[in-house]
Write a protein that binds this ligand. Structure first.
Ligand code: CA
Length: 261
């Protein structure tokens, strides 16, 4: 396996290229979900790749379990499509090992009923499976469902596990925020408020809407002014100049919105 420190560096997203499909303004647009296809049959792998590309995803093919483990950190997939029967270590073992590294959904590709039994029966952390031959439509719908389940409202094709706006990077999976490479520490409530706003740039959220979100995490009776306090704390942490907010804008008389550019 890749040493932990190296893997972390690779996963931090600082070095990851901005991919096509990110929409307007490549620098600031969220990236499309990356899908690692672990499949030794080139025709199947290619067919799956084309189908996922057409949906706006960023599919990467690896041909063996060993390669999947070796390239996992670099690819940093949001979802893994994993063939059961692979040369060398099989899909089950790959899944078992990947589960130590990631919570990204794993969707097994199986060829036989007895493999299905094993996928379903074993506690190896598979999220779903498809039996070959499967239709492209079925594949795409399962992938979408798993991404939605894992990443919530952020799971459309234009979003991935990392949101970026200028120097600000929000790692959704690991709940980490950094600006210009500097790690920023946010409370649970602050992170969720930021994520909520950042996932819909330009949309205005009222204090009441944001309060609903914050309430889930706070036992105390909160009023809408609580949101002002949270936003002020978030700004102190993420804004280069909190007095002139660049990321979270105040919409007078209404609430707040995350910057669109
Ligand atoms: Ca195979």
């Amino acid at each position: 396996m890749v040493p932990r420190a190296d893997r972390r560096a690779a996963l931090d997203g600082q070095e990851r290229p901005i991919r096509a499909g990110g929409g307007i303004g490549l620098e600031s647009a969220p990236m499309s979900a990356t899908i690692m296809i672990v499949e030794d049959e080139p025709a199947v792998a290619r067919g799956v790749q084309v189908a996922l590309q057409q949906e706006g995803y960023d599919p990467r093919i690896v041909g063996t379990g060993e390669e999947a483990l070796a390239q996992f950190a670099e690819i940093a997939p949001d979802l893994i499509l994993l063939d059961v029967r692979l040369p060398g270590i099989d899909g089950f073992e790959v899944c078992r090992r990947l589960r130590r590294e990631t919570r990204a959904p794993v969707l097994f590709l199986t060829a036989r009923a007895d493999e299905v039994d094993k996928v379903v029966g074993l506690e190896i952390g598979a999220d779903d499976y498809l039996v070959k031959p499967f239709s492209v439509r079925e594949l795409v719908s399962r992938v979408k469902a798993q991404l939605r389940r894992a990443y919530g409202e952020l799971a459309d094709t234009q979003t991935g596990r990392t949101l970026r706006r200028g120097e600000l990077v929000i790692d959704l999976e690991r709940r980490r925020v950094s600006r210009a490479g500097e790690r920023i520490s946010l409370t649970t409530t602050e992170f969720d408020l930021l994520r909520h706003m950042a996932s819909r740039p330009g949309r205005v959220f009222t204090r009441a809407q944001l309060l609903e979100l914050a309430r889930d995490y706070e036992a105390l009776e909160a009023d809408e002014r609580t949101i002002n306090v949270h936003v002020s704390h978030i700004r102190e942490k993420i804004e280069p100049d909190p007095a002139q907010p660049r990321y979270i804008r105040t919409v007078r008389g209404v609430g707040y919105a995350f910057s669109e550019d």
